[in-house]
Design a protein around this ligand. Structure first.
Ligand SMILES: NC(=O)c1ccc[n+]([C@@H]2O[C@H](COP(=O)([O-])OP(=O)(O)OC[C@H]3O[C@@H](n4cnc5c(N)ncnc54)[C@H](O)[C@@H]3O)[C@@H](O)[C@H]2O)c1
Length: 466
């Protein structure tokens, strides 16, 4: 079987077109999904990459990105520079000029000012859940893809909620605080087993459905409400309205996104509809519960306990910030009995960090080596089956362009003399992403194709992988 000249990456603003293979770069097939060890094993089946350009892929990883992610990227043969901290803006601008990939967590702000200096940047990996530290729109306009890991911590949140259900039912937080103060207070009044109780899950997505499985294993009946019709896991049951769920549930737990519709989803009216002595858990977003209304319902004894992991205003750093300065009702909340208050730690586990490292690094490798944008938050999501080992003279063309009329015709005029095996195109707002695999191309053809596409007025970025 012919040695594959795999996936290459012509650099964005490069003007030289050396077709020599880099002597040092050994690239590997991107992994399929599966366990970390399985992915590592797959990566061992190396395919040689022949870069279009003599430069290798340079990656800057900031903010102590998890070892799992670093391992995946270095195993590809990329040049990876790793720093434990974020960088001040001036140093960041200096460093970003040179790299093709940057990996960050939440502290590094990739503003338009910083990104405009990033002349070679192809892709940004946010090794975290959120992406609001990146100017996504500006990045898209430069053809820079952004990936994150929105669901790697679902299990961690679900486990926290399970712990909270039992903690609230047994008033463990209060008993523990009393003991810390030297008070022995052995009570069974209004302390319950969770077996046989009903858990109402609002939002049956990644977290809600994980939680459903764990809760049933403890003998809890699960009902859920979601705006879309979703297949139940186990013997869980979807109910038609939020009111129906509130009417039936002993524990109500919220797992919805932050949207205008979910703001104050639980407020005075909803607390009134709930069973006397029910419990409320919110590990979704701080805006979803009307906290002053919850304080009232708890003081009135209507709600027997609550666990809150998220708040409308959360401090940017650790410290003594959970005060009325941040949220006017903080003192009242802290004064309630049987309330668990945690600093947005639902997803904060070692396992989640590892999973984030794997997911984001895998997405970066797929994007660099194959051009696949699945999971990108700012470019259209485009996937195309890989070029196979026996397709040795095939090249993959990636053309990121402004979404204006007539581009496809011009692109196909350029590709027209070659056999286009497969082609796909999609757009998101002003930006469109086109992928095409052409067969039987020689090195000279690749240069011509690259130059012709790159000179089109609609061009944002051209890449050729082979
Ligand atoms: N506490 C933490 O550390 C932590 C960690 C991860 C996620 N989260 C938060 O948890 C929430 C859920 O995360 P996920 O990963 O399960 O999200 P998801 O997108 O997988 O699921 C959300 C579900 O909510 C449903 N939904 C949307 N609007 C609704 C509404 N008005 N009423 C009922 N259902 C509605 C959706 O249809 C979807 O099924 C998000 O707000 C996320 O930000 C918190």
């Amino acid at each position: 079987m012919a040695t594959p000249k795999e996936i290459l990456n012509p650099l964005r603003n490069s003007v030289s077109y050396s077709l020599d293979a880099s002597p040092t770069a050994t690239f590997h097939s991107p992994p399929a999904t599966g366990s970390f060890m399985a992915s590592l094993a797959m990566r061992a089946a190396a395919k040689q990459l022949k870069p279009f350009n003599t430069e290798d892929i340079k990656i800057l990883l900031l903010e102590n990105v998890n070892q799992t992610g670093r391992d995946i990227l270095t195993a590809q043969g990329y040049q990876v520079e790793f720093l434990k901290t974020s960088l001040p803006e001036d140093q960041l601008i200096e460093k970003i000029k040179d790299v093709h990939v940057i990996g960050i967590r939440s502290k590094t702000k990739l503003t338009a000012k910083v990104l405009q200096e990033a002349k070679n940047l192809l892709v940004i990996g946010c090794f975290c859940i959120g992406t609001n530290q990146v100017d996504l729109e500006y990045a898209a306009k430069q053809g820079i893809a952004v990936f994150n890991s929105p669901f790697a911590n679902s299990r961690s949140v679900a486990e926290l909620v399970i712990a909270e259900i039992i903690t609230l039912a047994r008033q463990l937080g209060d008993r523990s605080l009393e003991m810390h103060r030297g008070t022995w207070n052995k009570v069974s009044n209004k302390c319950w087993e969770v077996r046989g109780k009903t858990l109402g899950i609002v939002g049956y997505g990644h977290i809600g459905s994980q939680l459903s499985v764990l809760a049933e294993a403890m003998g809890i009946s699960v009902i859920y409400y979601d705006v879309v019709s979703l297949m139940a896991i186990g013997t869980a049951r979807q109910v038609p309205t939020l009111d129906a769920l509130l009417d039936e549930a002993d524990f109500v737990t919220l797992h919805v996104p932050e949207t205008p519709e979910t703001k104050n989803l639980l407020s005075t009216k909803q607390f009134e509809l709930m069973k006397d002595g029910a419990y409320v858990i919110n590990a979704s977003r701080g805006t979803v519960v009307d906290i002053p209304a919850l304080v009232k319902a708890m003081r009135a004894g209507k709600i027997a306990g609550a666990a809150l992991d998220v708040f409308p205003n959360e401090p940017a750093a650790n410290g003594d910030y959970f005060t009325t300065d941040l949220n006017g009702w903080a003192e009242e909340l802290r004064g309630l009995n049987n309330i668990i208050l945690t600093p947005h730690i639902g997803g904060s586990t070692e396992e989640a960090q590892r999973a984030i490292g794997i997911e984001v690094a895998d997405a970066l490798v797929r994007y660099i080596n194959q051009g696949t944008t699945l999971g990108s938050v700012n470019l259209p999501e485009v996937n195309m089956r890989s070029i196979t080992l026996d397709e040795s003279n095939h090249a993959r063309i990636i053309y990121i362009h402004r979404n204006v009329p007539g581009v496809l015709r011009k692109v196909n005029e350029i590709l027209g003399d070659h056999n286009v095996d497969k082609q796909i195109s999609d757009s998101k707002g002003d930006i469109a992403y086109l992928m095409a695999d052409v067969s039987d191309v020689r090195h000279e053809d690749i240069k011509d194709i690259y130059d012709s596409l790159d000179s089109l007025s609609s061009r944002i970025m051209t890449r050729v992988l082979y």
